[in-house]
Each structure stands twice: as structure tokens, then as C-alpha cells.
Design a protein around this ligand. Structure first.
Ligand code: PMP
Length: 361
């Protein structure tokens, strides 16, 4: 058995060391005589695991005091709806900066609960660029400003945290969390589906400032209220124990790799390797995304002749390069370069691309 080079957008590659550790501990975790999946979340051993995972995440991201870390379920999509329920009262409005598919979806899911205003959008640029900050029409009375620092499908990424004044900034970091250092203090709320840089799907990590947790929001069942989850250490009901365990192993792995500064450097180098390969391909490959908006995590690209797409996919898969098919919204190819994708994978991809271009050029 051999593992392929996996460029999946998500669920995505996990660090091999994490998978091996989970495999070794599968039947008997921590001397308990059972797998971690078979133990009560209320037991001392799991509670310890959960607390350690949170501590590691706080250390990695430098989460300041005054923020709670939650381990939730429902995917990022459920939180598109739950965030407005918690942060805004009936009739309130919030500003959304829409830079791709996921931002659009966040607006749609928020709309039943609040006035979700689009205060900036790059729709006219087909989401292949970012809307200039000076054109955003932010409302100082908004409940929050929501944006998507990295749009997974369109491959556009903010390279700075936008200044939105005193209105709390809410970020869907599903596809770029833990990919480089970030100043958490600039955010009111950060959330991320786990299935890219954290662990398996079915887990959402949220970092939420205490003043936002204290907001009354709208009437809702207890299970939807973040403050209840926080008061119960994310164990209001049975959490995704397996996901939490794997997330903890990933956080530990990140620490052994040198933390987020080291990951940031590696991720920048990986992305540069691939974007440079487009530049050096004599027009055979190209990125459709504006240069300053290019994502380090998700890299869509097109071949000069789309009639070659099927051959590219078949030959790359045969060469052990997985999941390079682009999303239908953008077309062409997409290589996702999350933390667990090593430089070697990108080097193999770039060599394959060069050979393919020679063969079909
Ligand atoms: N936001 C972003 C940026 C995403 O990439 C995705 C897809 N993984 C989602 C939200 C939706 O996540 P989920 O499928 O976990 O609801």
C-alpha cells in the first residue's frame, strides 16, 4: 500500500504522523483497553484529552484571555445560520464581504434571521479578485462584519486582516486556519470546519470573544446558543470525540513542526513553487486569480486548452496525484496545499506538470 499525494480541497490530507499515531492507538488508547471512540466524553481521560487539545490550540494561535474556544458540530454551514442567531437580535443587520461561493452561502443562510447586507463583493470580477477595501460600504451600526479570509473554491485569499473599525469581525477560516500566524485579537469570532487544516469533518472549532458570547441574540433552543456550549466546555451534548482527538494530535504535530510561523513559511514556499510553475510554463498553465488575491491554500489553474483536461486528470491520478479536478464554478484544476501537504508533493506535481506540457505541448 502506498499513499498518494493528496491535493483534495476537503476533507483533505491529514499529517501522516497523525494518522499513524491514531492507527497505533486505535484498539487501546492511553492504556484504557478501548479506542478513544468507545469512551465516555465525561470520563476523566477524555476530559483531559479535550483540555489538552484546547491548550495546544490556544498556544499555537496565541489566543488572548477574554476568548472562549469551542469544539462544535454542524459544519461551517450550520454556523452560517447560528452566528446571526447568537450575535444579532431580530431586526438587526450585519455586513457581509462576499469574495466567493462560501461568502455567498453565508449570506443566504443568515438571511432568515437578520438583514444580511452585502457591504462589499467581488462578484463582478467573478470572485477572482478581492473587492478594494475603500469601496466597502460598512455600516457602523452593524452587529458584525463577516468575511471569508480564504475562499476555497475560487482560490482567493486576504493577505491582511481588514480594518473594520469597532464592529466585531467574524471570519470563516475553514480553509486557512493554522496556516500561518494570525492576530486573534483583531477578531470577534473565528470559526472553521475541521476538515482541511485541523482533522476529520464533523467538527467545528470556534474562537469567540466574551462580549459576543454575552450577546442575547434571538430566542432559540439551548443547543444553538454558544454561551451554553461555552458554559459546558463544549460538552452540552456528546461532542465529536474522535474529531476532537484527531484535532488534538494535529495541534501536537504542528507544535513539533515549529508552530504557525514555520507553517507559514512552508506554505508560502509551496504556493510559490506552484505559481512559479505557471509563470514558467510558457502559457501552458495559468492562474485565473488576480496576483494579489492568490490563495496559498487552494490554487485553481487552467490548461491552455481545456480539451486536455481529461488527459491531465487521468495521467495525474495514474502518477499518484489525487484530487486535482477543479470545482465546476471555476473549471480547470485546483491543487489544495494545506498544512499536511509537504513541499515534496508540490515538487512532484510541478515535475508532472512540466512533463505533461512537454508531452502535449
Ligand atoms: N466555508 C469554507 C471556506 C469552506 O471551504 C467550506 C467547505 N469545506 C465551508 C464553509 C462549508 O463547510 P461544511 O461543509 O463543513 O459545512
Amino acid at each position: 500500500m502506498s499513499r498518494a499525494w493528496n491535493f483534495s480541497a476537503g476533507p483533505a490530507a491529514l499529517p501522516e504522523a497523525v494518522l499513524k499515531r491514531a492507527q497505533a492507538e486505535m484498539l487501546d488508547w492511553n492504556g484504557s483497553g478501548a479506542s478513544v471512540m468507545e469512551l465516555s466524553h465525561r470520563g476523566k481521560a477524555f476530559m483531559q484529552l479535550a483540555a489538552t487539545a484546547e491548550e495546544r490550540l490556544r498556544r499555537l494561535l496565541g489566543v488572548p484571555v477574554g476568548y472562549k474556544v469551542l469544539f462544535l458540530q454542524g459544519g461551517a454551514t450550520q454556523h452560517f445560520a447560528q452566528i446571526p442567531m447568537n450575535l444579532a437580535a431580530d431586526g438587526d443587520s450585519a455586513d457581509y464581504i462576499v469574495t466567493g461561493h462560501w461568502g455567498e452561502k453565508a449570506v443566504r443562510e443568515a438571511a432568515p434571521y437578520i438583514n444580511a447586507r452585502v457591504a462589499g463583493t467581488s462578484e463582478a470580477a467573478h470572485y477572482l479578485d478581492l473587492p478594494p477595501r475603500e469601496r466597502w460600504t460598512l455600516d457602523p451600526a452593524a452587529s458584525y462584519v463577516h468575511y471569508t479570509p480564504n475562499e476555497t473554491i475560487h482560490g482567493v485569499e486576504f493577505h491582511d486582516v481588514p480594518d473594520v473599525g469597532d464592529v466585531p469581525l467574524v471570519a470563516d477560516m475553514s480553509s486557512n486556519i493554522l496556516s500561518e500566524p494570525v492576530d486573534v485579537a483583531k477578531f470577534g469570532l473565528i470559526y472553521a470546519g475541521a476538515q482541511k487544516n485541523i482533522g476529520p469533518s464533523g467538527l467545528v472549532v470556534m474562537i469567540i470573544r466574551d462580549d459576543l458570547l454575552a450577546r442575547k441574540g434571538r430566542p432559540m433552543a439551548k443547543i444553538f446558543r454558544y454561551a451554553e456550549h461555552a458554559a459546558n466546555d463544549s460538552m452540552l451534548n456528546t461532542p465529536n470525540t474522535w474529531g476532537w482527538y484527531l484535532a488534538g494530535l494535529t495541534f501536537e504535530w504542528l507544535e513539533t513542526q515549529g508552530g504557525l510561523a514555520a507553517m507559514g513559511e512552508r506554505n508560502a514556499r509551496k504556493a510559490k513553487t506552484l505559481y512559479d510553475a505557471f509563470e514558467n510554463s510558457g502559457g501552458f498553465y495559468r492562474s485565473p486569480v488576480a496576483v494579489n488575491a492568490r490563495s496559498r491554500m487552494n490554487v485553481p489553474f487552467t490548461l491552455h486548452d481545456s480539451a486536455l483536461d481529461a488527459a491531465f486528470l487521468a495521467e495525474s491520478e495514474a502518477a499518484g496525484l489525487l484530487a486535482l479536478k477543479g470545482h465546476k464554478a471555476v473549471g480547470g484544476m485546483r491543487a489544495s496545499l494545506y498544512n499536511a501537504v509537504p513541499q515534496e508533493a508540490v515538487d512532484v506535481l510541478v515535475n508532472f506538470m512540466r512533463d505533461f506540457a512537454t508531452k502535449h505541448g
